[in-house]
Design a protein around this ligand. Structure first.
Ligand code: AKG
Length: 181
């Protein structure tokens, strides 16, 4: 994890992101439909539809200039190319994402995923599938990269917290191959 946006750049991107088209999606788990415990949005290249957990279907909106510029900047830094960005907005301590791997077939085999954090610092945990978690505190303007292979061997989450928190926004830049390996 490293800081890629200075405070001013991170503040301005955070303000931009607050105005994105956030949705309250519903997810189906073990036969029950419930609200996803965070808001989500998706921007990306035309046709890069995204389905996760076999129940949440996301259709990308056209890139905003700020998100497209950020995509180019991340690619220049780390070399990986991205076709969509999924936003997560954690409004409160109860908003979260449980243990999972980002292994949807639409991203192809062994995707690289780049994750930008904005706003309140929250704990991000990553662990080998049968191992112990490592904690990262993802700061305003930071970039975390999950390299190819990570989604096959590891799970990650942002747990609920007892701390007093304000809004956090996360942007995950992802490839999209339409299911081709
Ligand atoms: O909010 C984060 O840092 C993680 C988001 C995440 O795990 C995901 O979008 O799959």
């Amino acid at each position: 994890m490293w800081t890629v946006l200075n405070h001013e750049q991170a503040n301005s991107l955070y303000q931009h992101c607050l105005k994105l088209e956030w949705q309250q999606n519903q997810i189906r788990i073990a036969g029950k439909t419930m609200p996803v415990p965070r808001l989500e949005c998706i921007y990306g290249d035309a046709g890069c539809d995204y389905l996760y957990s076999n129940s949440v279907f996301l259709k990308p909106l056209t890139w905003t200039d700020a998100l497209d510029n950020l995509r180019d900047r991340i690619t220049a830094l780390i070399g990986y190319k991205f076709r969509i960005v999924i936003g997560n907005q954690y409004r409160s301590a109860q908003d979260s994402i449980g243990w999972h791997a980002d292994n949807e077939p639409s991203m192809g085999f062994n995707p690289a995923i780049a994750s930008i954090s904005l706003g309140c610092v929250r704990k991000f945990q990553i662990k080998p599938k049968d191992g112990k978690p490592t904690d990262f505190w993802l700061e305003h303007g930071s970039l975390l990269v999950m390299h190819p292979g990570c989604q096959s061997t590891h799970l990650h989450q942002v747990p609920k917290t007892n701390k007093v928190v304000s809004t956090r926004i996360n942007l995950t830049f992802r490839p999209h191959t339409g299911g081709k390996r």
